[in-house]
Design a protein around this ligand. Structure first.
Ligand SMILES: Nc1ncnc2c1ncn2[C@@H]1O[C@H](COP(=O)(O)OP(=O)(O)OP(=O)(O)O)[C@@H](O)[C@H]1O
Ligand SMILES: [Mg+2]
Length: 307
């Protein structure tokens, strides 16, 4: 895939000396959905704000669609839509006016059809003449999205788009963002909901303390998290795993009472049926069994902790 954003050796030291970003290198591919995961203060908003030209980098270089974000700011900014983490909308303006005004700010010709469709897509059409202060929090967030899309950007940044949004609305927002992505828009989102990243992202970048710990395709991560454990509580303790069961990669607990089988949920054949038959054949009885799965959340916490 072609890259649309190229970040090289980026550092950010805020006034006062705090280093918020430390040597960030990241390539964002055209047409992908990239999720930035990381604990509070990891530097996600700082990174997004620098790409969007709101915060100055201390060192390094960023190109958007081949243009330099500093020397060719206009070229890069007009390609970008940003939904910031903090809701900042004009309280007294109507939904319609604020979205039209945003479009004009980017020098785009007035297009009632486009704005109308945008509001319909975001389920805001009925509220188009309402003052923003009369909207619910979730609606305000969707107005922010409409504003960010008002100038038809090819790249959309969503900084915690569904914070404070109810579950059903969150799911419909995921669908909208996915539809947008399907129409060709590259999407970069930050989230604290692991499920959101799992649902939406093609790739996931994990950040901590100003650094990117890893960037990997979701399927790759899913394979890691696809590992599952099946444990059998044995009726009688077992001295050792019988030789003939060695192909099943079984582990025996220290107290010789629990037999554990590791398998991959993504494999077509988990091997569980065969294993159960083998246990029966060896007359190995168990009184209980349970499964455990390592989740993306586990992987994430493990990664962040080990740094
Ligand atoms: N204007 C600023 N001046 C000084 N330090 C700042 C400024 N903005 C952010 N920081 C610091 O930079 C670090 C990264 O902040 P940032 O907002 O990028 O984190 P984040 O990953 O977006 O966190 P969250 O998940 O809470 O939104 C934090 O330690 C924060 O206190
Ligand atoms: Mg943030």
């Amino acid at each position: 895939m072609q890259s649309v954003i190229q970040i090289s050796n980026l550092n950010k030291i805020y006034q006062g000396g705090f280093q918020a970003l430390n040597n960030i290198n990241l390539e964002i591919k055209k047409g992908e959905i990239l999720a930035l995961l990381g604990p509070n203060g990891a530097g996600k908003t700082t990174l997004i704000s620098i790409i969007c030209g709101i915060v100055n980098p201390s060192e390094g270089r960023i190109e958007v669609a081949g243009y330099d974000i500093i020397s060719q700011f206009r070229e890069t900014r007009k390609r970008i839509g940003l939904v910031p983490q903090e809701l900042t909308t004009d309280a007294f303006e109507t939904v319609w006016d604020t979205v039209c005004f945003s479009r004009e700010l980017f020098g785009k010709k007035r297009d009632d059809h486009y704005v109308g469709q945008l509001l319909k897509d975001l389920s805001l059409w009925e509220k188009k003449d309402a003052q923003i202060m009369t909207l619910s929090g979730g609606m305000k967030r969707r107005v922010m999205i409409a504003k960010a899309l008002s100038h038809e950007p090819e790249i959309l940044f969503l900084d915690e788009p569904t914070a404070g949004v109810d579950v059903s609305l969150r799911h419909s927002m995921w669908q909208q963002v996915q539809a947008l992505n399907q129409s060709g828009v590259t999407v970069i989102l930050t989230t604290h909901y692991i499920e959101e990243a799992e649902q939406m992202a093609d790739r996931i970048s994990v950040m901590n303390k100003g650094e990117i710990l890893l960037t990997e395709s979701k399927t790759c991560l899913m394979q890691k998290l696809g590992k599952k454990q099946l444990s059998f509580e044995l009726v009688e303790p077992m001295a050792a795993v019988p030789e003939s069961l060695s192909t099943h990669r079984l582990l025996l607990s220290k107290d010789n009472r629990v037999l554990t089988y590791q398998y991959n949920t993504n494999d077509e054949e988990t091997g569980i049926v065969a294993l159960l038959e083998e246990l029966k054949r060896h007359q190995i009885e168990f009184k209980d069994m349970h499964t455990q799965q390592s989740s993306l959340e586990d992987i994430f916490i493990e990664l962040v902790k080990s740094k």
